[in-house]
Structures are given as C-alpha cells and as structure tokens.
Design a protein around this ligand. Structure first.
Ligand SMILES: [Zn+2]
Length: 215
C-alpha cells in the first residue's frame, strides 16, 4: 500500500488556467545556469529550480542570483544519491541537509521539494512535510538525457507544453543530463510562435493559488 502522503504530491497544475511551470533540476551549474537565467529574463519568464545541496555549497552566489531574479528555488537532495539505495535515516538526512544548506544560502526557507530521480520514499515525504515543504514531481519531461536528449526531440516535447503542465528540464550535471541541448531547445522554443501562446509561472504561484494542492 502507498502511504496517504502519495496523494498529496503535486505533479501538475490546473488545465483550466493558462499557466505552465518550467522546472530545472540538479543545479546550479556555473556554465549552464547563468545562460538559462539570461534566457528566462529575456523572455520575462519565472521558473523553478530544484537545487542540490552540494551545488549550493560550491556556487552560493549563483543560488542567490536565481533567487534575486524572482525564481522559485526548491530542494532536490544534498548529493543526488538514489533514494531507493539509501537507508531511511539517510533519505531524511539528504533532505534535511539540503533544506538547511539552501536556507543558509538564500536566507529563506523553501516550500518546495522534488526527490532525486523522482523516486518516492515514505520517509522522504514525511521529512518534507515535517519541514513544511510540498513534494512536487512533473507531468511532462523533456527527456534531456541519454540518446533521446537531442535538441530536436527536446524542442518537440517543449512545443507540446499545455496549460497546467509542470515541465521537467535540467540545467546541470552534464555527465548525466544534456543541459546544453536542453538550453538550445528552450531558446528555440521561446522564440517560436508556439511559445507566444504559453504563460509561465514559478511553482510558488501554483501553491498560493491552489491551497487545496497543499498537503
Ligand atoms: Zn535530479
């Protein structure tokens, strides 16, 4: 049986509203994240970044730049360890450590948690809830990794974005993802006719507008 907490995971927004939600995992990265931030600023788009604790320690100024630009920052995990390969205590520690590292970096407590690999553990849901966070997954992945992660394929998946979609992308960890291809695809998409019909917000707007989506 799944724990009740599973029912409280947010994986997409409202279809009846015009907003979609771009999300970037695994950063920040000094090469890719600034380019993404410049691109989002150029198009006046607010997005959400799910950061790693290790990356916050390595690039604190970049984390603050994301926050200063008005984007939402959530936690992903401290080290991107696979939750299914950790003890329950370590699952909790990955979250707790990342949460406090981010809070120390930005001066603000986040409300957003996305588990590494999107893999759910009851201990993770409980820890996130205890820290006052909402667990957020996605309903549309651009699949910016592996052999499917070509610019053309990523752009095609982006172009299919619909109102209410929470879109999973990556701005870091080129050893595992294709952040360069993802950036180019996003750049192409945002200058296309199709993107003009989309409106994008950060996930805090989704949570604020829909308190029922809270835990
Ligand atoms: Zn990740």
């Amino acid at each position: 049986m799944w724990p009740n907490g599973l029912l409280n995971i947010i994986s997409r927004g409202q279809r009846s509203e015009p907003y979609a939600y771009l999300t970037f995992d695994d950063g920040p990265d000094p090469e890719f994240t600034p380019a993404v931030l410049d691109l989002l600023a150029k198009h006046h788009i607010q997005a959400s970044f799910f950061v790693l604790g290790e990356a916050c320690v390595a690039h604190p100024a970049l984390v603050r730049r994301i926050a200063d630009a008005g984007h939402d920052i959530g936690i992903h995990s401290y080290s991107h360890a696979h939750p299914w390969r950790l003890s329950q205590a370590d699952v909790r520690e990955e979250i707790r450590r990342c949460y406090h590292t981010l809070a120390d970096t930005t001066g603000n407590a986040t409300q957003l948690f996305r588990p590494a690999y999107g893999r759910i553990r009851p201990a993770a849901l409980a820890q996130a809830k205890a820290l006052g966070m909402h667990t957020v997954l996605w309903n549309r992945s651009v699949i910016d990794w592996g052999r499917w992660g070509t610019v053309e394929a990523i752009q095609r998946r982006l172009t299919a974005t619909k109102p209410g979609d929470i879109v999973l992308m990556h701005d870091a960890r080129p050893e595992a993802n294709r952040p360069a291809a993802s950036f180019t695809a996003l750049q192409n998409f945002l200058t296309s006719e199709r993107a003009a019909h989309c409106q994008f917000q950060g996930l805090s707007c989704l949570i604020a507008k829909h308190p029922a989506a809270k835990r």
